[in-house]
Design a protein around this ligand. Structure first.
Ligand code: SF4
Length: 190
C-alpha cells in the first residue's frame, strides 16, 4: 500500500480541533503543530497546551510544540492593540502563526498544511485563506483553506469536545481579546 500523504495541522486549542481531525485523518497522516505565542497569560497558555497534549495522546498523533515567546508577539501586535477582532492585529497574529507552520512543514518535508483556526466564527476565513496561501507560496507548499465551521463543523467540534471533556475558553487568546471579553462580561445585562 502507498504511504499516505503527510499533513501538518496548526492547532490553537483542543476544542477547535475534533472535526478537522476527524476529517483529515481519513486521508492524511496528520502531525499536530502548536505555535501560539499570542496566548495570554502563561497559565492559560499552559492550560490550552495541556489539553492539546491530551488530545494528541488520545488520537495517537505526533505533536510538535514550538517555543513560547509572548514578549516578541506582544511587541509586534502592540500597534494594533485597539483593533477589533478580524482586524489588523489578527492579521499580524494569524500571519505569524501560519508562517511558522509553513516553515515547520517545510523543515519536516511535509508538503501540505492547514489550521483549525477557521472553526471559530470570530475568525475571518478569507483572511486565513489569503495568509495561509501566502505562507505556502513562500515555502513552496500547499495550504488547505478549509472552512472548518461549515457543514455543521463547529457543532461537531463542540459535541465531541463535550464528550471528551476538553476545556473551552471564552476569549480568542491574546491579552487584548481577554480585555474585550472581560468588558463584554461586565456590560452584559444581569
Ligand atoms: S483576537 Fe485572536 S487572532 Fe486576533 S490577535 Fe488576539 S489572539 Fe490573535
Amino acid at each position: 500500500m502507498d504511504a499516505r500523504e503527510r499533513y501538518l495541522l496548526h492547532v490553537c486549542c483542543a476544542p477547535c480541533s475534533p472535526h478537522p481531525l476527524q476529517t483529515l485523518q481519513k486521508q492524511y497522516d496528520v502531525t499536530l503543530y502548536f505555535h501560539n505565542p499570542n496566548i495570554h497569560p502563561e497559565l492559560e497558555y499552559q492550560s490550552r497546551l495541556g489539553e492539546v497534549r491530551r488530545m494528541a495522546a488520545l488520537e495517537g498523533l505526533p505533536l510538535i510544540v514550538d517555543e513560547y515567546r509572548p514578549d516578541e508577539w506582544l511587541a509586534g501586535a502592540a500597534p494594533w492593540k485597539d483593533e477589533p477582532e478580524k482586524g489588523r492585529r489578527c492579521e499580524f497574529c494569524i500571519d505569524g502563526r501560519l508562517d511558522a507552520a509553513a516553515r515547520q512543514a517545510a523543515a519536516l518535508g511535509i508538503g501540505r498544511f492547514g489550521a483549525v483556526l477557521s472553526t471559530s466564527s470570530r475568525k475571518d476565513v478569507n483572511m486565513i485563506g489569503r495568509l495561509g496561501k501566502k505562507a505556502a507560496a513562500r515555502h513552496d507548499l500547499l495550504f488547505d483553506a478549509a472552512d472548518w465551521k461549515k457543514r455543521e463543523g463547529a457543532k461537531i467540534s463542540v459535541r465531541i469536545s463535550g464528550q471528551l471533556g476538553y476545556r473551552r475558553q471564552d476569549y480568542c487568546g491574546c491579552i487584548f481579546s481577554k480585555r474585550d471579553a472581560d468588558a463584554r462580561r461586565t456590560t452584559r445585562p444581569a
